[in-house]
Design a protein around this ligand. Structure first.
Ligand SMILES: [Zn+2]
Length: 223
């Protein structure tokens, strides 16, 4: 049975599907969570050095993903994390004080030592998302190999400029649900047109893992 979002492979069963998926069920630092009541503090902010990305886009059956060429990175404290890929979830995986959003974009970064840092941005209906226009226009309707397009997406413009963020230690939101990831999730949602959101939602009616227990984790909320 392959993992998915409904039926026998649904998220609450992930931990039983394979021996190396156990942490999905037993882990105490799983993602996503409901972001609320953080401890106000100054977690090292993530500094982004993002270049426009040549569109290398793939529908992998779980999401639509853009694979990043080398050169874009985020820096947290003294650690540089190279951007590997970005992808979407519908609806959002994280909640903000109990509230979900139509989409959540994940920017997945990896350090030289293999540590992962993921940045999450909520997307709500509104103005057309011009920075990601080529992404929405080029989404492959069916799973298949990576496609290359001549167009670029302006990923730096995908990050909110204001509004603060939450920082906590969590996991991959898909099996094997490995822990030890540094999560940064922004409070201020970005916008995409209803048509753009619907285009992704038509391909993935639900590819969001439900929220997990926060347990005794430190959740830092920036000022
Ligand atoms: Zn994700």
């Amino acid at each position: 049975m392959a993992e998915g979002y409904e039926g026998a492979g649904s998220p609450e069963k992930w931990g039983e599907l394979q021996a190396d998926f156990k942490v999905c069920q037993l882990g105490l630092e799983q993602t996503p969570i409901d972001l609320r009541d953080g401890i106000k503090g100054d977690a090292a902010s993530a500094e982004y050095h993002y270049l426009p990305l040549q569109l290398r886009i793939i529908n992998n059956g779980h999401t639509v993903q853009v694979n990043a060429d080398p050169g874009s990175a985020c820096v947290i404290g003294a650690t540089r994390y190279e951007l590997m890929q970005l992808h979407l979830h519908h609806p959002s995986e994280h909640l903000l004080a109990g509230k979900g959003f139509d989409l959540e974009c994940h920017f997945v970064h990896r350090s030289n030592s293999g540590a992962l840092a993921v940045s999450g941005v909520f997307i709500r209906p509104g103005a057309e998302n011009v920075a990601m226009k080529a992404f929405f226009d080029s989404m492959p309707a069916k799973p298949g190999p990576e496609l290359r397009a001549a167009s670029t997406i302006d990923i730096a413009a995908m990050l909110p400029k204001t509004g603060g963020y939450f920082r906590y230690m969590g996991s991959l939101t898909t099996p094997p649900c490995s822990e030890g990831l540094t999560w940064t999730v922004y409070k201020e949602p970005m916008e995409a047109s209803a048509a753009q959101i619907q285009k992704f939602a038509a391909l993935f009616s639900n590819n969001a893992r439900p929220v997990q227990q926060r347990n005794r984790r430190l959740l830092i909320e920036s000022h």
